[in-house]
Design a protein around this ligand. Structure first.
Ligand SMILES: Cc1ncc(COP(=O)(O)O)c(C=O)c1O
Length: 395
């Protein structure tokens, strides 16, 4: 499992496998040090080829019969399900993370006086859909972070004892510091209190293991554009099996209803939602993007998320060591239970450091006063050394 570090021999084998991938799937890495997966993940070569093939057919639509298009979407649902340990019937395809978070805000059974607990400093996609509920008399509480700026899980669990708290909304991994929530703990506490656990998964799914049938998450929203190495416009929402029939989306697509697979009788309206998570989809979906996503997910499944987690966390080690030796604050957690693929450091003059890295062709991000380094499977220890060389010259 992710939380137990690999033996060095195994880690070396993973590194060698990943190094071989660079040339075949990410050839541009020969010129650029890209440590910015938490912003945008690259499209692997195999996915680009699949997209090109699809687009070629798209020029002449008769080459893309409806049956094939629908089978492509179903393939994407299956790939997502395999990735997170879900059943395909629990997966709705979505064009971004926000779709799933809005679904949660609008479809969960909330009434005036109820409270939604959101950890402070969440990415705004997981804040604004909840704040809109205040107009309906639903309270939104921003739970204060701990001293380090991470979600305070003790406080969140404590707060769940209040029966008015009906939803806890938190990111799997925080965008600005890489803190990975203990979803097992939060999920169990939510379950015990009858509270819904809604998770923004985009910064964790693809770099950290998650099995939704072991971890009691109710709704998980995730865009494909970052760690899933997938096109913009791809993503998904997972809705726990028991919740699917109970939730009615506030806005609907026409294929969310029974009988709409038969295009010869579309005006035989039947306002019965599908029994599975397709009731949450907004068709027409960008078929090409999901075709691409399925290809990228196949690549990730072949590599294995556990290996990605181990590899990326091993790449952080020299950064942590350098920070300690130079008295630079590490903004990210170091314990195995809360690490992710994102590591953030806060040198004295972060903007200066960021611009120096940019000049050295190192792509990373400046977030909330820290340099965010977000490696994926294609990054190497030599690239991390390059980052440290640049930072050394600043000190
Ligand atoms: C935690 C988090 N949630 C959501 C998003 C993006 O949301 P969406 O996929 O709706 O654009 C980002 C980054 O862009 C993010 O870091």
């Amino acid at each position: 499992m992710t939380d137990i570090a690999y033996h060095p021999t195994r880690l070396r084998a993973v590194r060698d496998t990943f190094r071989a991938l660079r040339a075949t799937e990410f050839p541009w890495t020969a010129d650029t040090v890209y440590l910015n997966n938490a912003s945008i993940g690259p499209i692997p070569e195999r996915t680009r080829r699949a997209l090109d093939e699809f687009t070629a057919k798209r020029t002449a639509p008769h080459l893309l019969p409806d049956r094939e298009l629908q089978a492509g979407l179903q393939g994407a649902r299956h790939s997502v399900a395999r990735l997170i340990g879900a059943d395909p019937a629990e997966v709705a395809l979505a064009t971004n993370t926000s779709h799933g978070l809005n679904l949660a805000a609008r479809a969960l059974p909330l009434k005036p006086g109820d409270v939604v607990l959101v950890s402070d400093r969440e990415f705004p996609a997981n804040v604004y859909p909840w704040l809109l509920l205040e107009k309906q008399g639903i309270g939104v509480e921003l739970a204060p972070c701990g001293a380090e700026g991470w979600p305070d899980e003790d406080y969140l669990v404590e707060r769940l004892h209040d029966p008015r708290v009906r939803v806890l909304a938190v990111s799997f991994v925080q965008f600005s510091n890489g803190y990975r929530a203990d979803l097992d703990r939060l999920g169990a506490a939510c379950r015990a209190n009858g509270t819904f656990l809604v998770v923004d998964g985009i910064q964790g799914v693809g770099n950290s293991e998650l099995d939704v049938h072991e971890t009691p998450v109710d709704i998980l929203a995730c865009g494909g554009q970052k760690w899933l190495l997938s096109p913009w416009g791809s993503g998904f929402v997972y809705v726990r099996r028991e919740l699917v029939p109970a939730l009615e989306p506030a806005v609907t697509g026409w294929m969310a209803f029974e009988g709409t697979d038969d295009f010869s009788r579309l005006t035989d309206y039947n306002p019965t939602f599908r029994p599975d998570a397709r009731r949450f989809e907004m068709v027409t979906l960008p078929y090409q993007d999901f075709y691409g996503m399925a290809e990228s997910l196949q690549l990730l499944a072949g590599i294995g998320i556990a290996d990605i987690a181990q590899h990326t966390r091993a790449l952080h080690e020299p950064v942590l060591k350098w920070a300690d030796e130079n008295g630079v604050r590490v903004v990210s957690p170091r314990d195995e239970a809360h690490r992710s693929a994102i590591v953030c450091i806060a040198p004295e003059r972060p903007a200066e450091a960021y611009h120096a890295l940019k000049r050295a062709h190192v792509v990373c991000s400046l977030r909330e006063g820290a340099i965010r380094l977000a490696p994926h499977c294609y990054n190497t220890a030599e690239e991390v050394e390059r980052v440290l060389d640049v930072l050394d010259q600043l000190e």
